[in-house]
Design a protein around this ligand. Structure first.
Ligand SMILES: [Fe+2]
Length: 249
């Protein structure tokens, strides 16, 4: 990755949002953005107390298999079909400090590119042992990890022949309902990334590269699963691109 001028350490109290980092709201190559994009000037609203303070989630709600998509929907003794992987990384704030206790939720298509969703129409088969979603909570160092199978690419009705590259959707929850960020993770070396109309709404190549998990050979589990590392940066000019923050702050 090339060095950017804004790679300098950030030491100020406030980190302004960098609008060149995020996709513009209106990107006709991504067809549904046309209807979604605001047509009037943006207003900045302060969050209300209830938005920032509640509801909260309890750590006790996480089940033992919630971070294991290979098994959390599978029949006893069975497992999901696909390339077994571990995805792990850290959630960091704008100064590189760990974010403790954030709730991470993730969802994805199965190894054939098919979602378990009633509106899903892709002809690839469902895997009876794969549900496609899970969750975990970051530890004191901001670390998270989960096991899954590598999702398949899938076609979607946008242009004549558009495909989504293999990806995992992420939601990060803070301590209040308004503190939710959503992004997508891609896989190192996947040539489909650069053909994706959604990825191509992102103006800065470095911002795209931050969404690509790297093959992490050191954390591969021999005879079991390969590892991918994906760090999520919540704010600041090195922020991960969050797709639900395209229009506002
Ligand atoms: Fe998706």
């Amino acid at each position: 990755m090339s060095m950017r001028s804004n790679d300098a350490p950030e030491t100020g109290a406030f980190f302004g949002r960098d609008r060149t980092w995020h996709s513009p709201a209106l990107t006709p190559g991504y067809k549904t953005s046309v209807l979604r994009a605001p047509q009037r000037a943006l207003l900045s609203l302060d969050g209300t107390l209830s938005e920032t303070t509640g509801p909260v989630f309890g750590h006790g709600m996480i089940g033992e298999l919630d971070n294991d998509l290979i098994h959390n929907f599978a029949k006893p003794g069975e497992s999901a079909i696909g390339e077994r992987i571990v995805v792990h990384g850290r959630v960091l704030d704008e100064r590189g400090r760990p974010v403790r206790g954030a709730l991470l939720e993730f969802w994805q298509a199965n190894a054939g590119g098919r979602y378990r969703h009633k509106k899903e129409t892709y002809l690839a088969a469902l895997d009876p042992n794969f549900g496609g979603c899970g969750r975990t909570i970051c530890d004191d160092e901001g670390h998270y990890a989960f096991r899954t199978v590598r999702p398949g690419a899938y076609p979607w009705p946008n242009g004549v022949n558009d495909w989504r590259p293999a990806h995992i959707h992420f939601s990060v929850f803070g301590h209040g309902f308004a503190q939710r960020l959503i992004t997508q993770m891609y896989f190192e070396g996947d040539p489909m990334i650069w053909k994706c109309p959604i990825v191509n709404t992102i103006p800065d190549k470095a911002a795209i590269e931050q969404l690509i998990a790297l093959l992490d050979w050191n954390n591969t589990i021999p005879m079991d699963a390969r590892a991918y590392r994906f760090d999520i940066v919540l704010r600041g000019r090195r922020s991960t691109l969050f797709e639900n923050r395209l229009e506002g702050n």
